[in-house]
Design a protein around this ligand. Sequence first.
Ligand SMILES: C[S@@+](CC[C@H](N)C(=O)[O-])C[C@H]1O[C@@H](n2cnc3c(N)ncnc32)[C@H](O)[C@@H]1O
Length: 225
Amino acid sequence: MQHASRVVTSNQPGPHTDLARRVQRALDHPLQKPVAEHSQNAFDAARAWLDKTRAPLILDAGCGVGLSTRRLAERFPDHAVIGVDRSESRLSREHGALADNVHLARADLVDFWRLAQAAGWAPTRHYILYPNPYPKAAHLKMRWHGHPVFPTALSLGGRLEVRSNWRVYIEEFAQAVKLATGVTALVEAHPPGSEYLTPFEAKYAQSGQPLWRLVCETLPRGESV
Ligand SMILES: C[S@@+](CC[C@H](N)C(=O)[O-])C[C@H]1O[C@@H](n2cnc3c(N)ncnc32)[C@H](O)[C@@H]1O
């Protein structure tokens, strides 16, 4: 098949039994790791850009090549859309000129989210699209909802949307949101039709894989799910 892409396989039959403990640990012990210089520089540049736009913010966390960032900017022309990814090679791939309301930042999200929180950023929309699943049970702490930075990412608020081709990832994420904030997230199948938001979405959908998403409003920001 032209677009064949493997389904996620895992030694986990369902949500991880250690999830609640990981989330509580993240809540009890905020991350102390120093911010990397390149992340600080990328954040400072993003902040200077955002201040100039004076538009409400949308964050595209783990944006890869930035296609979704561009598409979100088209869909929400009155917003400033910032895509963040740690991969220089992905971000530097040619995908056309950037519109005035798009900014791409090469930074580690573990740093960028903390800097955004410290700066009081409040995105109206926050996307985490097809994050690395780390499907081995032993790698729970590498998934965003098992990571110590998880409460920081949620604390930014707004409408949060997470998409994955691994249902367990979405179910776990929803459980973690509930544990950390009390908010119940909507979990649903999300066949994208032909309107792919990201290259990974296109690859998985064209391989016939079912896709899943979670949507929640982590803090009331005036926009409904
Ligand atoms: C599976 S790809 C998905 C990319 C894109 N969202 C898509 O759907 O096409 C996951 C992306 O997350 C990025 N990523 C993973 N961990 C990251 C981190 N700590 N900070 C920033 N980006 C990260 C990777 O570089 C990669 O581009």
